[in-house]
Ligand binder design. Structure first.
Ligand SMILES: Cc1cc2nc3c(=O)[nH]c(=O)nc-3n(C[C@H](O)[C@H](O)[C@H](O)COP(=O)(O)OP(=O)(O)OC[C@H]3O[C@@H](n4cnc5c(N)ncnc54)[C@H](O)[C@@H]3O)c2cc1C
Ligand code: SF4
Length: 276
Protein backbone atom coordinates (compact mmCIF):
# COMPACT_ATOMS: atom_id res chain seq x y z
CA UNK A 1 0.00 0.00 0.00
CA UNK A 2 1.21 3.47 -0.92
CA UNK A 3 1.07 6.31 1.65
CA UNK A 4 1.00 9.87 0.32
CA UNK A 5 1.52 13.00 2.43
CA UNK A 6 0.35 15.98 0.34
CA UNK A 7 0.91 19.46 1.72
CA UNK A 8 -1.71 21.33 -0.35
CA UNK A 9 -5.16 20.77 -1.84
CA UNK A 10 -3.64 20.99 -5.33
CA UNK A 11 -1.63 17.82 -4.70
CA UNK A 12 -4.73 15.70 -3.96
CA UNK A 13 -5.38 13.01 -6.58
CA UNK A 14 -7.64 10.21 -5.36
CA UNK A 15 -6.90 7.57 -2.71
CA UNK A 16 -8.44 6.98 0.72
CA UNK A 17 -8.12 9.86 3.16
CA UNK A 18 -6.74 9.19 6.62
CA UNK A 19 -6.39 11.76 9.39
CA UNK A 20 -6.21 10.39 12.96
CA UNK A 21 -6.71 6.87 11.61
CA UNK A 22 -8.84 5.72 14.57
CA UNK A 23 -11.52 4.59 12.14
CA UNK A 24 -9.58 3.97 8.91
CA UNK A 25 -7.00 1.63 10.45
CA UNK A 26 -9.51 -0.74 12.12
CA UNK A 27 -11.59 -0.80 8.92
CA UNK A 28 -8.49 -1.70 6.87
CA UNK A 29 -7.49 -4.36 9.39
CA UNK A 30 -10.96 -5.89 9.30
CA UNK A 31 -11.12 -5.87 5.49
CA UNK A 32 -14.08 -3.47 5.50
CA UNK A 33 -12.06 -0.90 3.59
CA UNK A 34 -9.45 -1.47 0.93
CA UNK A 35 -6.97 1.07 -0.39
CA UNK A 36 -4.06 0.97 -2.79
CA UNK A 37 -3.24 4.56 -1.82
CA UNK A 38 -3.74 6.10 1.61
CA UNK A 39 -3.63 9.89 1.69
CA UNK A 40 -2.54 11.35 5.02
CA UNK A 41 -4.38 14.69 5.01
CA UNK A 42 -2.76 16.19 8.12
CA UNK A 43 -0.75 18.63 5.97
CA UNK A 44 -3.84 19.81 4.08
CA UNK A 45 -6.82 20.04 6.46
CA UNK A 46 -6.88 23.10 8.75
CA UNK A 47 -6.58 22.54 12.50
CA UNK A 48 -7.72 24.88 15.28
CA UNK A 49 -10.61 27.27 15.96
CA UNK A 50 -10.94 30.89 14.93
CA UNK A 51 -13.99 33.21 14.91
CA UNK A 52 -16.52 30.35 14.91
CA UNK A 53 -14.71 28.41 12.17
CA UNK A 54 -13.34 25.02 13.20
CA UNK A 55 -10.67 23.26 11.15
CA UNK A 56 -11.80 19.72 10.36
CA UNK A 57 -8.35 18.56 11.47
CA UNK A 58 -8.91 19.78 15.04
CA UNK A 59 -8.72 16.83 17.41
CA UNK A 60 -11.55 16.00 19.76
CA UNK A 61 -9.15 16.53 22.69
CA UNK A 62 -8.55 20.10 21.49
CA UNK A 63 -12.26 20.74 20.98
CA UNK A 64 -13.40 19.52 24.39
CA UNK A 65 -11.34 22.24 26.11
CA UNK A 66 -11.95 25.00 23.56
CA UNK A 67 -13.79 27.81 25.39
CA UNK A 68 -14.96 29.66 22.27
CA UNK A 69 -17.15 26.88 20.81
CA UNK A 70 -20.80 26.38 21.84
CA UNK A 71 -21.37 24.33 24.98
CA UNK A 72 -23.34 21.62 23.12
CA UNK A 73 -20.37 20.86 20.87
CA UNK A 74 -17.90 20.88 23.77
CA UNK A 75 -20.13 18.55 25.81
CA UNK A 76 -20.76 16.20 22.86
CA UNK A 77 -17.01 16.00 22.28
CA UNK A 78 -16.12 15.37 25.92
CA UNK A 79 -18.69 12.54 26.06
CA UNK A 80 -17.38 10.84 22.89
CA UNK A 81 -15.02 7.86 22.84
CA UNK A 82 -12.03 7.70 25.24
CA UNK A 83 -9.19 10.14 26.03
CA UNK A 84 -6.80 8.18 23.78
CA UNK A 85 -9.24 8.22 20.86
CA UNK A 86 -10.02 11.91 21.39
CA UNK A 87 -6.28 12.67 21.31
CA UNK A 88 -5.97 11.12 17.82
CA UNK A 89 -9.46 11.47 16.33
CA UNK A 90 -10.43 14.59 14.41
CA UNK A 91 -13.69 16.41 13.81
CA UNK A 92 -13.68 15.56 10.08
CA UNK A 93 -13.09 11.87 10.75
CA UNK A 94 -15.75 11.83 13.46
CA UNK A 95 -18.40 13.17 11.09
CA UNK A 96 -17.54 10.48 8.53
CA UNK A 97 -17.18 7.46 10.79
CA UNK A 98 -18.89 4.28 9.59
CA UNK A 99 -21.81 2.62 11.34
CA UNK A 100 -21.13 0.52 14.45
CA UNK A 101 -23.85 -1.98 13.41
CA UNK A 102 -22.20 -5.32 14.16
CA UNK A 103 -23.89 -7.08 11.25
CA UNK A 104 -22.19 -4.54 8.98
CA UNK A 105 -18.90 -4.79 10.88
CA UNK A 106 -19.06 -8.62 10.64
CA UNK A 107 -19.63 -8.33 6.86
CA UNK A 108 -23.15 -9.72 6.74
CA UNK A 109 -24.40 -9.07 3.17
CA UNK A 110 -26.93 -6.58 4.49
CA UNK A 111 -28.68 -3.66 2.78
CA UNK A 112 -25.89 -1.19 3.58
CA UNK A 113 -23.33 -3.61 2.10
CA UNK A 114 -25.43 -3.75 -1.09
CA UNK A 115 -27.65 -6.71 -0.18
CA UNK A 116 -31.42 -6.83 -0.06
CA UNK A 117 -32.19 -7.22 3.64
CA UNK A 118 -31.42 -5.66 7.00
CA UNK A 119 -30.12 -8.42 9.24
CA UNK A 120 -30.46 -6.24 12.32
CA UNK A 121 -34.19 -5.74 11.80
CA UNK A 122 -34.63 -9.50 11.52
CA UNK A 123 -32.20 -10.17 14.38
CA UNK A 124 -30.63 -8.25 17.27
CA UNK A 125 -31.23 -4.51 17.12
CA UNK A 126 -31.23 -3.09 20.62
CA UNK A 127 -28.75 -0.31 19.64
CA UNK A 128 -30.52 0.51 16.39
CA UNK A 129 -32.78 3.20 14.97
CA UNK A 130 -36.20 4.64 15.78
CA UNK A 131 -36.32 7.01 12.79
CA UNK A 132 -35.47 6.60 9.09
CA UNK A 133 -35.18 2.82 9.49
CA UNK A 134 -37.26 1.63 6.55
CA UNK A 135 -34.29 0.00 4.77
CA UNK A 136 -31.25 0.21 7.05
CA UNK A 137 -31.89 0.50 10.79
CA UNK A 138 -28.38 1.57 11.83
CA UNK A 139 -27.94 4.30 14.45
CA UNK A 140 -25.58 7.15 13.59
CA UNK A 141 -22.73 7.08 16.13
CA UNK A 142 -21.47 10.68 16.00
CA UNK A 143 -22.26 12.83 19.03
CA UNK A 144 -20.56 15.82 17.39
CA UNK A 145 -22.70 15.59 14.25
CA UNK A 146 -25.90 15.85 16.29
CA UNK A 147 -24.56 18.88 18.16
CA UNK A 148 -23.44 20.57 14.92
CA UNK A 149 -26.81 19.81 13.30
CA UNK A 150 -28.71 21.51 16.13
CA UNK A 151 -26.27 24.43 15.89
CA UNK A 152 -26.90 24.81 12.15
CA UNK A 153 -23.25 24.35 11.14
CA UNK A 154 -22.04 24.74 7.57
CA UNK A 155 -19.42 22.48 5.99
CA UNK A 156 -16.68 23.81 3.69
CA UNK A 157 -15.02 21.21 1.48
CA UNK A 158 -12.48 21.35 -1.32
CA UNK A 159 -15.45 21.81 -3.70
CA UNK A 160 -18.28 23.72 -1.99
CA UNK A 161 -20.01 25.00 1.15
CA UNK A 162 -23.30 23.50 2.36
CA UNK A 163 -25.38 22.95 5.53
CA UNK A 164 -24.21 19.98 7.63
CA UNK A 165 -27.69 18.45 7.22
CA UNK A 166 -26.85 17.92 3.53
CA UNK A 167 -23.72 15.92 4.37
CA UNK A 168 -25.94 12.97 5.26
CA UNK A 169 -28.52 10.94 3.35
CA UNK A 170 -30.56 7.79 3.91
CA UNK A 171 -29.42 4.87 1.75
CA UNK A 172 -31.56 4.06 -1.29
CA UNK A 173 -31.75 1.09 -3.65
CA UNK A 174 -29.61 3.00 -6.15
CA UNK A 175 -27.05 4.36 -3.67
CA UNK A 176 -26.28 2.74 -0.33
CA UNK A 177 -24.05 5.56 0.90
CA UNK A 178 -25.09 7.52 4.00
CA UNK A 179 -23.05 10.60 3.13
CA UNK A 180 -23.34 12.91 0.15
CA UNK A 181 -19.62 13.68 -0.28
CA UNK A 182 -18.29 13.21 -3.80
CA UNK A 183 -15.28 10.91 -4.35
CA UNK A 184 -12.12 12.87 -3.54
CA UNK A 185 -14.00 15.65 -1.71
CA UNK A 186 -12.21 16.65 1.47
CA UNK A 187 -13.85 18.43 4.42
CA UNK A 188 -11.76 21.45 5.35
CA UNK A 189 -13.71 23.51 7.90
CA UNK A 190 -17.00 23.91 9.73
CA UNK A 191 -18.59 27.26 10.42
CA UNK A 192 -20.62 27.13 13.62
CA UNK A 193 -23.17 29.85 14.48
CA UNK A 194 -23.10 31.08 18.06
CA UNK A 195 -26.33 30.23 19.94
CA UNK A 196 -27.75 32.06 22.97
CA UNK A 197 -27.61 28.72 24.84
CA UNK A 198 -26.94 25.09 23.97
CA UNK A 199 -26.57 21.69 25.61
CA UNK A 200 -25.82 18.04 24.77
CA UNK A 201 -27.23 15.16 26.82
CA UNK A 202 -26.28 11.53 26.22
CA UNK A 203 -27.69 8.25 27.49
CA UNK A 204 -25.05 5.51 27.44
CA UNK A 205 -24.60 1.90 28.56
CA UNK A 206 -21.72 3.14 30.74
CA UNK A 207 -20.90 6.61 32.01
CA UNK A 208 -17.72 6.73 29.88
CA UNK A 209 -16.43 5.42 26.54
CA UNK A 210 -19.73 4.35 25.12
CA UNK A 211 -21.66 5.22 21.99
CA UNK A 212 -24.96 7.04 22.42
CA UNK A 213 -28.08 4.99 23.03
CA UNK A 214 -29.67 8.37 22.47
CA UNK A 215 -27.86 11.72 22.29
CA UNK A 216 -29.84 14.98 22.30
CA UNK A 217 -28.47 18.39 21.32
CA UNK A 218 -30.53 21.54 21.80
CA UNK A 219 -29.54 25.04 20.72
CA UNK A 220 -31.49 28.28 21.30
CA UNK A 221 -31.20 31.11 18.78
CA UNK A 222 -33.16 34.37 18.53
CA UNK A 223 -35.67 32.66 16.21
CA UNK A 224 -36.21 29.58 18.39
CA UNK A 225 -34.79 26.27 19.62
CA UNK A 226 -33.41 23.52 17.36
CA UNK A 227 -33.03 19.90 18.49
CA UNK A 228 -31.03 17.10 16.85
CA UNK A 229 -30.41 13.52 17.94
CA UNK A 230 -27.58 10.96 17.75
CA UNK A 231 -28.02 7.19 17.93
CA UNK A 232 -31.59 7.14 16.62
CA UNK A 233 -31.36 6.95 12.79
CA UNK A 234 -28.85 6.02 10.06
CA UNK A 235 -27.95 9.73 9.97
CA UNK A 236 -27.90 12.44 12.64
CA UNK A 237 -31.58 13.35 13.04
CA UNK A 238 -33.07 16.86 13.30
CA UNK A 239 -36.50 17.13 14.91
CA UNK A 240 -39.10 19.17 12.98
CA UNK A 241 -39.97 21.06 16.18
CA UNK A 242 -38.26 21.32 19.59
CA UNK A 243 -40.59 19.09 21.56
CA UNK A 244 -40.85 15.45 22.61
CA UNK A 245 -44.13 15.40 20.64
CA UNK A 246 -41.92 15.00 17.55
CA UNK A 247 -41.39 11.39 18.72
CA UNK A 248 -44.92 10.62 17.50
CA UNK A 249 -43.26 10.29 14.06
CA UNK A 250 -40.86 7.60 15.35
CA UNK A 251 -40.98 4.09 13.87
CA UNK A 252 -39.24 2.03 16.58
CA UNK A 253 -38.43 -1.65 16.12
CA UNK A 254 -39.51 -4.12 18.81
CA UNK A 255 -36.02 -3.92 20.37
CA UNK A 256 -35.65 -0.12 20.15
CA UNK A 257 -38.99 1.02 21.60
CA UNK A 258 -37.20 1.80 24.89
CA UNK A 259 -35.19 4.48 23.06
CA UNK A 260 -38.35 6.50 22.50
CA UNK A 261 -38.84 6.84 26.26
CA UNK A 262 -35.19 7.83 26.75
CA UNK A 263 -35.39 10.35 23.91
CA UNK A 264 -38.58 11.83 25.37
CA UNK A 265 -36.91 12.42 28.74
CA UNK A 266 -33.70 13.83 27.25
CA UNK A 267 -35.48 16.13 24.77
CA UNK A 268 -37.64 17.55 27.55
CA UNK A 269 -34.58 18.12 29.75
CA UNK A 270 -32.44 19.57 26.95
CA UNK A 271 -35.12 22.04 25.80
CA UNK A 272 -35.67 23.16 29.40
CA UNK A 273 -31.90 23.53 29.90
CA UNK A 274 -31.61 26.02 27.02
CA UNK A 275 -34.67 27.93 28.22
CA UNK A 276 -36.92 26.81 25.37
C1 LIG B 1 -13.88 2.42 20.38
C2 LIG B 1 -14.40 3.69 19.79
C3 LIG B 1 -15.35 4.43 20.50
C4 LIG B 1 -15.85 5.63 19.96
N1 LIG B 1 -16.82 6.30 20.64
C5 LIG B 1 -17.39 7.41 20.05
C6 LIG B 1 -18.46 8.10 20.69
O1 LIG B 1 -18.91 7.73 21.80
N2 LIG B 1 -18.99 9.18 20.06
C7 LIG B 1 -18.52 9.63 18.86
O2 LIG B 1 -19.02 10.63 18.35
N3 LIG B 1 -17.51 8.99 18.24
C8 LIG B 1 -16.93 7.90 18.81
N4 LIG B 1 -15.92 7.25 18.18
C9 LIG B 1 -15.48 7.73 16.87
C10 LIG B 1 -14.21 8.57 16.94
O3 LIG B 1 -14.50 9.83 17.46
C11 LIG B 1 -13.70 8.64 15.50
O4 LIG B 1 -13.11 7.36 15.23
C12 LIG B 1 -12.68 9.70 15.25
O5 LIG B 1 -13.16 10.99 15.57
C13 LIG B 1 -12.33 9.67 13.77
O6 LIG B 1 -11.37 10.66 13.48
P1 LIG B 1 -10.03 10.26 12.73
O7 LIG B 1 -9.31 11.53 12.44
O8 LIG B 1 -9.28 9.21 13.49
O9 LIG B 1 -10.64 9.63 11.41
P2 LIG B 1 -9.95 8.67 10.35
O10 LIG B 1 -9.95 7.27 10.86
O11 LIG B 1 -8.66 9.22 9.88
O12 LIG B 1 -11.04 8.81 9.17
C14 LIG B 1 -12.38 8.42 9.36
C15 LIG B 1 -13.15 8.56 8.04
O13 LIG B 1 -13.23 9.91 7.65
C16 LIG B 1 -12.54 10.14 6.42
N5 LIG B 1 -11.91 11.44 6.60
C17 LIG B 1 -11.12 11.83 7.63
N6 LIG B 1 -10.90 13.15 7.58
C18 LIG B 1 -11.57 13.60 6.48
C19 LIG B 1 -11.77 14.90 5.90
N7 LIG B 1 -11.22 16.00 6.42
N8 LIG B 1 -12.53 15.00 4.78
C20 LIG B 1 -13.11 13.90 4.21
N9 LIG B 1 -12.95 12.66 4.72
C21 LIG B 1 -12.20 12.52 5.85
C22 LIG B 1 -11.62 8.95 6.22
O14 LIG B 1 -11.37 8.67 4.87
C23 LIG B 1 -12.47 7.86 6.88
O15 LIG B 1 -13.47 7.42 6.00
C24 LIG B 1 -15.38 6.09 18.71
C25 LIG B 1 -14.38 5.36 18.02
C26 LIG B 1 -13.91 4.18 18.55
C27 LIG B 1 -12.88 3.41 17.77
S1 SF4 C 1 -28.93 -1.84 10.30
FE1 SF4 C 1 -28.03 -1.24 8.32
S2 SF4 C 1 -25.87 -1.78 8.61
FE2 SF4 C 1 -27.03 -2.96 10.13
S3 SF4 C 1 -27.62 -4.90 9.21
FE3 SF4 C 1 -29.27 -3.48 8.81
S4 SF4 C 1 -28.78 -2.66 6.75
FE4 SF4 C 1 -26.89 -3.52 7.58
Amino acid sequence: MELLRPSSVGELDGGVFVHGGTEVVPLLNDGLLSAETLVDVRGVVPRGVQDGVIGAGTTLAELEVEPSIPQALREATALAASPQLRAMGTLGGNLLQATRCWYWRLKFPCYLHGGDMCHAKAGQHREHAIFGNERCASAHPSDLAAALLALGAEVRTTDRTFPLAELYRLPTDDDRDVTALQPGELILELEVPRPEASVYLKAMERRKWSFAIVGVAAARFADGVRVALAGVAPTPWALPHPSADALEQATPLPGTAYKVDIARALITRAVAAVGG
